[in-house]
Design a protein around this ligand. Structure first.
Ligand SMILES: *[C@@H]1O[C@H](CO)[C@@H](O)[C@H](O)[C@H]1NC(C)=O
Ligand SMILES: *[C@@H]1O[C@H](CO)[C@@H](O)[C@H](O)[C@H]1NC(C)=O
Ligand SMILES: *[C@@H]1O[C@H](CO)[C@@H](O)[C@H](O)[C@H]1NC(C)=O
Ligand SMILES: CC(=O)N[C@H]1CO[C@H](CO)[C@@H](O)[C@@H]1O
Length: 512
């Protein structure tokens, strides 16, 4: 009987590891701070047609609105309540986006901020995205409603009421994260309010949640909340589908709280992945690309079935969160394309691609003075929409890494090779490596300071393939370099270290 219950619980939570992507799609994109109307259009015109499996959206619920600094991106990580009007648009626009994306096979994952409300110094008034009144000082949020007894102030044992020591798991979970009012998630009332909010989104059609700040919540409280979530709506998902849960737990080692405490509840964001991959591509600490022969669990990452992998996220691309200067971002576009290409070619984890906005980066003594800057906005503070240029790039300060040819084509590569093993590894004991995915795809990197000129076993059927990095297959022609694979599967590769993109990738659907 006990064994039966254990098996049932295990099965239930494992279900929360499944992203429910459709049509064999394998990558998620974070459209950071995009407006709902733009995401809906992007699903239809770009993400669906190019095989993206889903979008992580910015928090959709009511948040604080700040003037100083002016409308920072992090105001959306300061909830005022669970009404669904935000900087990205109204509830109507949110609902319209969710159904239009679902209709083209692109899932929506909501960034769920449930650890806390706004900062203790958030003041009193109606400076919130739906205009609800609140008083941070007296812990009063009538639009939920939450009052002072719904917060952990009495439970925290530090002098300041904030987390002072990350070595103390009780502080990390019971005190305020950088002053943010910490919700008492052990209270049934608070759990019910949070669950109602998440269930409303599930019923509208979202496929799951990126759960913010999980390190700061007790796994037992999260287990209860997740356990009360509805199944996904059968309008778009098979009956009995559990929401996909991926939890933000920053664990680079050295702290008492580890990602292991959360992996049974859902997937967890693997922060070691981008920190290490950045170090390797930057060749810091004597790292070489050939050491990645054992990439994945062999590098001490969490089990494959538990991980969400990413090169950078909205925090660590601007020095917040974890990973520091080793993180590669769009600011180092040449290395970034290679690192994202490597991630998408490699079988580890559910992969998430970042899509950013530009800001006026201004680094003084290693710290970006403008790390707070919000998305491209009009003078009245409203977020600009994303214009698409004739060459398919984005305008008005939206970077749209996911539209870069090399990254978009590697998302397609990952779908084409899905389920195939990591195979035919080659390296030069330095920074030139190659590997395949069964007989469906092959990729070669030259991150050395000299040319690569080698003949390699690709494991692919003979024929002429179009390199999807220097170009792509359009109709029956190739806009980039062509690679001839012999009937024995071997092919010559030449990659100059001075190439704009010193890597080459071919796959079954890029065959001419
Ligand atoms: C989800 O679906 C499963 C399988 O159909 C069912 O047993 C379970 O009760 C459902 N859960 C909820 C919360 O509806
Ligand atoms: C790891 O998980 C991914 C995604 O769930 C899967 O496609 C892949 O085959 C797995 N890789 C390995 C090495 O088991
Ligand atoms: C803000 O300004 C933009 C551009 O002028 C305009 O389209 C938008 O409606 C304005 N929003 C509000 C809330 O006034
Ligand atoms: C250590 C090293 O650099 N080994 C080889 C790397 O690859 C090139 C050819 O691509 C060789 O010439 C190097 O000897």
């Amino acid at each position: 009987m006990k064994l039966f219950i254990l098996v049932a619980l295990f099965g239930l939570s494992l279900a929360q590891h499944n992203p429910h992507t459709k049509h064999g799609r394998t990558a998620i994109v974070h459209l950071f701070e995009w407006r709902w109307a733009d995401i809906a259009a992007e699903c239809e015109r770009f993400l669906g047609p190019n095989g993206f499996g889903g979008v992580q959206i910015s928090p959709p619920n009511e948040h604080i609105v700040l003037n100083s600094p002016w409308r920072p991106w992090w105001q959306r990580y300061q909830p005022i309540g669970y009404n669904l009007c935000s900087r990205s648009g109204s509830e109507g626009e949110l609902r319209d986006m969710i159904s239009r994306c679902n209709n083209v096979g692109v899932n929506i994952y909501v960034d769920a901020v449930i650890n806390h409300m706004c900062g203790a110094g958030g003041g009193e008034g109606t400076h919130s995205s739906c205009g609800s009144w609140f008083n941070a000082g007296s812990r009063d949020f009538p639009s939920v409603p939450f009052t002072h007894s719904d917060f952990n102030d009495h439970k925290c044992r530090t002098g300041s009421g904030d987390i002072e020591n990350y070595g103390d798991a009780h502080q990390v979970r019971d005190c305020r994260l950088v002053g943010l009012l910490d919700l008492a998630l052990e209270k049934d009332y608070v759990r019910a309010k949070v669950t109602d909010f998440l269930n409303k989104l599930i019923d509208v059609g979202v496929a799951g949640f990126r759960v913010d700040a999980c390190k700061h919540m007790w796994p037992g409280d999260l287990a209860v909340i997740y356990g009360r979530l509805h199944n996904l709506t059968t309008n778009w998902f098979p009956g009995g589908s559990r929401p996909f849960i991926f939890q933000e737990v920053i664990d680079l080692g050295g702290e008492p709280i580890t990602s292991r405490e959360y992996v049974h509840l859902g997937r967890v964001t693997e922060f070691k992945y981008g920190a290490k991959l950045g170090t390797v591509f930057k060749k810091w600490n004597g790292e070489k690309l050939f050491y990645t022969k054992t990439w994945g669990e062999g590098w001490g990452f969490m089990p494959n079935g538990s991980a969400v992998a990413f090169v950078d996220n909205h925090d660590n691309q601007r020095g917040h969160g974890a990973g520091g200067a080793s993180i590669v971002t769009f600011w180092d576009s040449r290395l970034y394309k290679m690192a994202v290409g490597y991630m998408l070619a490699h079988p580890y984890g559910v992969t998430r691609v970042m899509s950013s906005f530009h800001w006026n980066r201004h680094i003084v003594n290693g710290k970006d003075q403008n790390d707070w800057m919000g998305p491209p906005s009009h003078g009245n503070g409203s977020t600009k929409s994303v214009p698409i240029n004739p060459d398919q790039t984005c305008g008005d300060g939206w970077v749209c890494e996911h539209r870069w040819r090399q990254i978009k084509n590697m998302v397609i590569f990952r779908n084409v090779v899905n389920g195939q093993p990591h195979s035919n590894w080659w390296d030069n004991q330095s920074n030139q490596v190659a590997f395949g995915r069964g007989n469906r795809g092959f990729i070669v990197f030259n991150n050395d300071d000299w040319d690569l000129d080698v003949t390699l076993n690709t494991g692919m059927p003979g024929g002429t393939y179009c390199d999807v990095i220097s170009g792509q297959k359009e109709g029956n022609r190739c806009t980039g370099e062509q690679i001839n694979v012999g009937t024995d599967g071997w092919a010559d590769f030449k990659i100059s270290n001075r190439d704009e993109d010193p890597f080459v990738a071919i796959h079954a659907e890029s065959k001419l």
